[in-house]
Design a protein around this ligand. Structure first.
Ligand SMILES: [Zn+2]
Ligand SMILES: [Zn+2]
Length: 386
């Protein structure tokens, strides 16, 4: 008896000290940017239990259809087998892990998206709020696919999985007041449901399980990334006016010649001058000849200057909807045109995805790739960090 008590006590302590700090599931607000008022839900594989106000009301089998619409502050649900009524909250829970369920919004009308895990719905500010509670690995695989597509090498997906996991833990409390962990928009991380294209992505997520990127006394880094840096990454100061030791400019030979590496745009010189004047440029200052507009960015610079006038490149990027803030300005057409010759795609800070994809093909491992783009970082296990 004493032995048994001791065994229970020890195993209790073991569980207490060894239990993971973080749950293995994550709660994502899906269709977060849409004002949903009616949806159709269909299991693609497996059975799902539907509950209204925590009471089981229906079992959905594969290809069954559940219709849900907002009625005032409640949710009206119906299926082929009848309508159980109107509820404040509705859940649709998988009877086994790994099952997939489709959600097709009817109002507004959107394409069906597939999800793993369970769904929780309420009415919030006049719209259907939908939360997908799913396993973190499956969520991360969906995010990695949404952020980087399906055609890259396995080692690239490992690097991207560690980045997306770091981003996940950095963002976990952003929506704590709203009853979920993250939204499915770029505000947190793009998530378009379950991974569909490449099982190598899920393997990469599992192979790097728990791994995150740290710097500065073991703190998680802002794991930012972009499509193509144009040959040199940007410092965090340059993009967000905030200095981060891990986000320093890196000369990148790997992304040259990739789809996002070069671009150009032509603007009428008169239009360009009007824009600069609207930003405070004084056209009578003697600096208004069209040749005076020319400027090269040998390395990434902060300001575009014409005489005494200066405007941040990133401001020009935003105003003209340019692919990057890394561009040269040349006059063309005998002074009638302004040619913007750009490099890269995205804000330019952190990992360059097209460069990292080339590094992976060349045989670099995911730690080499991460250490190339993020300065002075370490790879740590999230459970050992705090
Ligand atoms: Zn968010
Ligand atoms: Zn690059």
């Amino acid at each position: 008896m004493r032995n048994m008590f001791t065994a229970v006590f020890i195993s209790g302590c073991f569980l207490l000290f060894c239990a993971p700090l973080y749950p293995s599931v994550v709660r994502i607000s899906i269709f977060n940017e849409h004002f949903l008022s009616a949806v159709v839900i269909t299991p693609h594989d497996g059975e799902y239990i539907v509950s209204g106000d925590r009471e089981e009301v229906l079992v959905l089998k594969e290809n069954d259809v559940l219709y849900i619409s907002r009625k005032g502050e409640g949710l009206f649900i119906s299926s082929r087998s009848g309508s159980p009524g109107i509820f404040e909250s509705v859940s649709v829970r998988a009877t086994a892990p790994g099952h997939g369920i489709g959600i097709r919004p009817l109002q507004p009308s959107l394409e069906e998206v597939l999800y793993h895990g369970d769904l929780y719905m309420t009415v919030n500010y006049g719209r259907i709020s939908m939360i997908n509670e799913t396993d973190k690995s499956l969520y991360l695989a969906g995010v990695v696919e949404a952020e980087s597509g399906t055609g890259a090498a396995a080692m690239y997906y490992k690097a991207q999985a560690v980045i997306c996991r770091t981003y996940l833990y950095n963002s976990l409390h952003r929506h704590a007041d709203e009853g979920f962990d993250l939204c499915d928009e770029v505000h947190c991380q793009a998530y378009k449901g379950r991974m569909t294209g490449n099982k190598v992505i899920l393997e990469a997520v599992k192979a790097t399980s728990g791994k995150v990127i740290t710097c500065e006394e073991g703190k998680l880094i802002p794991a930012v990334f972009h499509a193509n840096c144009g040959g040199q990454t940007a410092s965090s100061d340059n993009v967000w006016l905030q200095s981060k030791s891990c986000l320093q400019p890196v000369t990148d030979p790997w992304c040259r010649g990739r789809p996002g590496s070069l671009w150009q745009k032509t603007i009428d010189a008169s239009e360009w001058k009007s824009y600069l004047v609207s930003m405070g440029f004084n056209e009578n200052s003697g600096q208004n000849s069209s040749a005076g507009f020319d400027m090269r960015q040998q390395n990434r610079s902060f300001f575009y200057r014409v005489g005494d006038f200066a405007i941040p490149y990133r401001k020009i990027r935003a105003d003209w909807n340019l692919r990057s803030a890394y561009f040269d300005i040349e006059t063309a057409g005998q002074g009638s045109k302004i040619l913007i010759r750009g490099r890269g795609y995205g804000h330019g800070a952190g990992l360059c995805q097209e460069g990292a994809m080339v590094m992976a093909v060349k045989g670099y491992n995911f730690i080499d790739i991460l250490q190339f783009y993020y300065t002075g970082i370490s790879i740590a296990d999230i459970e050992q960090l705090f």
